[in-house]
Ligand binder design. Structure first.
Ligand SMILES: [Fe+2]
Length: 366
């Protein structure tokens, strides 16, 4: 006999129609410390299996009502990791092999050597424990990786938010500007039927499009009067400065290009590269409309906010020269739907931007 250890935690279901064989197997397993439940046929075994927790199934193959192979298939369907040892007459070896193909862990032949049976049982239980431990470890690792990925993404977004806060602390007129531009740009992108990934890129580019203004002198940024040519040129370095600041933290070339080109004009007279029409990245063409609409409808250092109606007329007027006409059409759709009867943006900001903080969306799509 195999050395006795505490096997009582293992519950084994013994399925055998011949009472004498059932009793011998049961006795032998109990002698070795295992907990045993018996069933006289496959149907009874299946009922017991569904109601209780077992660690191993021992099953005869030839039984009335439900064969051992049918029982095996049902058990494997319910719990693929449950080890099943088939008990079979020597003449049934081919059937036993068929059982192995159907997922049985092992088989013992009748009349069997009890020591052999116990060794097979022990081996099957050890293998099951190993499989379960591996599964548990795998799940633990997957969960850990998922948690860490989420944490990294959140930290990354927070780093981006810090950059936006840094800019807003310097230039009070950009406070909220980045978020509003992001909102308008995403609304356009959605109406254009762009993919979630593209909307996500436009979202990040929207938040960061003016980050290069960190490099613009405050006296110029907040100058109430007209800018000189040099000052104007200095301010309009910001798309290039922005892309430069972000290159070490943003690996996405699309987002960087949207930022670099958000002041290009559709007719090719914009900055910094004078790109024309579709040479300008789509995200940048979308940001250009969103940015201008927000600039017109917000207070600026040199004037108060203008009306929505004025801004819409201005954008329509510049469709095809400053702006991509297709982008303008989709922006007008948005305005028609969400800005009808709105005169000034500021008083209705909270109604228009209910979902402006869409960080969950951002993290999901990173
Ligand atoms: Fe800008």
């Amino acid at each position: 006999m195999v050395e006795k250890i505490d096997n009582s935690k293992y519950k084994i279901l013994v399925t055998e129609d011949e009472e004498s064989v059932r009793e011998i197997i049961s006795w032998c397993l109990k002698e070795n410390g295992y907990s045993v439940v018996t069933a006289e046929n496959g149907k009874v075994a299946l009922e017991k299996f569904k109601k209780d927790t077992f660690h191993l199934i021992l099953s005869d193959i030839k039984m009335p009502q439900m064969t051992g192979i049918e029982l095996l298939k049902e058990i494997k369907r319910i719990d693929p990791d449950m080890p099943v040892i088939m008990v079979t007459a020597v003449s049934d070896v081919n059937i036993a092999l068929d059982a192995l193909k159907n997922g049985a862990y092992d088989y013992v032949t009748k009349p069997f050597n009890l020591e052999e049976l116990i060794i097979a049982v022990k081996r099957a239980l050890e293998k099951r424990e190993l499989i379960l431990k591996n599964k548990e470890y795998q799940q633990f690792l997957e969960q850990k990786v998922e948690e860490q990925t989420r944490e990294i993404k959140t930290l990354y977004l927070n780093a981006i938010k810090s950059l936006v806060f840094a800019l807003e602390a310097k230039d009070k007129y950009t406070e909220g500007h980045s978020k509003r531009v992001t909102f308008y740009a995403c609304e356009i992108a959605k109406r254009m039927g762009l993919s979630n990934l593209m909307i996500h890129k436009i979202h990040l580019a929207g938040l960061l499009h003016d980050i290069g203004k960190i490099g613009v002198k405050e006296s110029i940024l907040n100058k109430p009067g007209k800018l000189t040519n040099d000052e104007y040129r200095h301010i309009y370095d910001h798309p290039v400065t922005g892309a430069k600041i972000l290159t070490p933290v943003l690996k996405d070339k699309d987002i960087l290009s949207f930022i670099r080109h958000h002041h290009e004009r559709y007719d090719g007279t914009g900055r910094p590269d004078g790109l024309k029409g579709e040479e300008i990245p789509l995200g940048a063409r979308i940001l250009a409309v969103a940015d201008t609409f927000d600039a017109i409808t917000s207070d600026r250092p040199y004037r108060k906010a203008l009306t929505v109606d004025f801004a819409l007329r201005e954008i329509k007027r510049c469709s095809g020269s400053q702006f991509d006409p297709i982008v303008v059409i989709h922006f007008m759709d948005f305005a028609e739907e969400k800005l009808k009867n709105v005169i000034y943006i500021k008083p209705v900001i909270n109604d228009i931007f209910p979902e402006i903080e869409r960080e969950e969306f951002l993290v999901e799509n990173m």
